[in-house]
Write a new protein. Structure first.
Length: 108
């Protein structure tokens, strides 16, 4: 989904739901250096802040979430065809990212 369409969707969503903060997965290498797409994520993050200044947004390390998601899907017993669905891996990765963020907030 191009970012213009995503921002349109988010505007619609935020008008219907109460959102207190947002998180964006931030890709980094194992040595904490930026990846090839880190600059695109930073650009999106900056746009988000400009369009939604009242919503705090946090960049969250997304290393290993795809691997963790793939493992969880494999262990779920889904058929091979269903396990290879990139969209499902992305959805489970997002859940893992959010869960990790929420757990980290409990320890603050």
């Amino acid at each position: 989904m191009p970012s213009d369409n995503l921002f349109y969707f988010l505007k619609q969503y935020f008008s219907q739901e109460e959102v207190s903060e947002a998180i964006i997965g931030y890709p980094t290498n194992l040595d904490n250096t930026a990846t090839d797409i880190s600059a695109k994520v930073e650009k999106f993050y900056n746009q988000f802040q400009k369009i939604f200044p009242a919503i705090p947004v946090h960049l969250v390390d997304e290393r290993f979430t795809s691997k963790m998601a793939s493992r969880a899907i494999l262990e779920s017993g889904l058929k091979k065809k269903d396990r290879q669905d990139k969209g499902l891996v992305d959805e489970v990765s997002a859940v893992i990212l959010l869960q990790g963020y929420m757990q980290s907030k409990q320890h603050l």
